[in-house]
Design a protein around this ligand. Sequence first.
Ligand code: PLP
Length: 349
Amino acid sequence: MTSEPPPPTLRLTVDTDALAENWQALNTMSGAARAGAAVKADAYGLGIDICVPALVDAGCRNFFVAHWSEVEAVARYVAPAQISVLHGPLTGEDCAYAKSVGAKPTINSLHQAKLWLDAGGGPCDAMIDTGINRLGLSPNEVAEPLVAQLEVDLLMSHLASADEDSALNGVQLARFADATNAVRYKYLSLANSAGIALGANYHFDITRPGLALYGGVPRPEMAPDLRQVAHLQAAIIQTRQLSAGDSVGYNATFTASQTMRVGVISLGYADGYLRCWSGIGKVTYKGQSLPVLGRVSMDMIVVDLTAAEALHEGDWVDIPWHLLDAADQSGMSQYELLTGLGPRLRATR
Ligand SMILES: *Cc1c(COP(=O)(O)O)cnc(C)c1O
């Protein structure tokens, strides 16, 4: 009896060279500032164990996660003091954990400042909310004595509309510059991926790209400098012949108008190939485009094999996953396309 499962019928390949080149490109675009990396949500679904070592080798030193549960995986590859936990502490237990592992909490409120100081304080980061109205100290709170007691390493804010030419960008920049006067800190950080393209005023000391590292294109002018990182492939697990009038999939949304050959592909919405691709998606084989027919199921899609007579069970097709194009086609955001990849699509090295 064997205990190893046979190879899967779908795969995610992470191009770590492209990831490293994207980090380098973003680091260069950041000018005098140094690029960090947002690696929350398992490096946007592509895997901490694959992405973080590649980013470290490329030269990245600042890593951002959202949850305390995400620290341990990143700390296998970097000193905990280089890890910033964006949600900060909610309880004294969170502070105790931060102190025991040595990762930095991001202080987002006076309540969090008090929790952290009550736990003994120490190096932390702090977030000022300059207009996204999500997490962060309000500009009118930064002069509070509690904040003055913090040992702030990175003083941050986060842009709401950096992917657009919005007046809000300038407003947030001005509020951030103003608020930083009231706080002691070592470094300043404002820009996410899109913010890096807004120009030198937005760079400060450290930038925090996420999406663009993984091949997302938050602003069109960044496209020439960013390479696709995530590549998807799936196997044909059955082929069949349809006659005119035969329908395909749930709710019979496709009906063949003539005899045609179709292939059943081992990929579905449980893998992150969402139902919005129904009837509009395409997979490719050696550059040949094969339309998705009918509804996307949980574990399968059916594609038209008319253009690829030679394809049979066991052959593999490519799933176009250039994030900008895929987002345009599907109406999903590039972020959702990445982080929505399912548990059967965990990349291996
Ligand atoms: C997720 C996140 C980032 C990275 O944003 P991208 O748009 O993916 O580049 C940067 N800063 C904060 C605070 C974040 O939450």
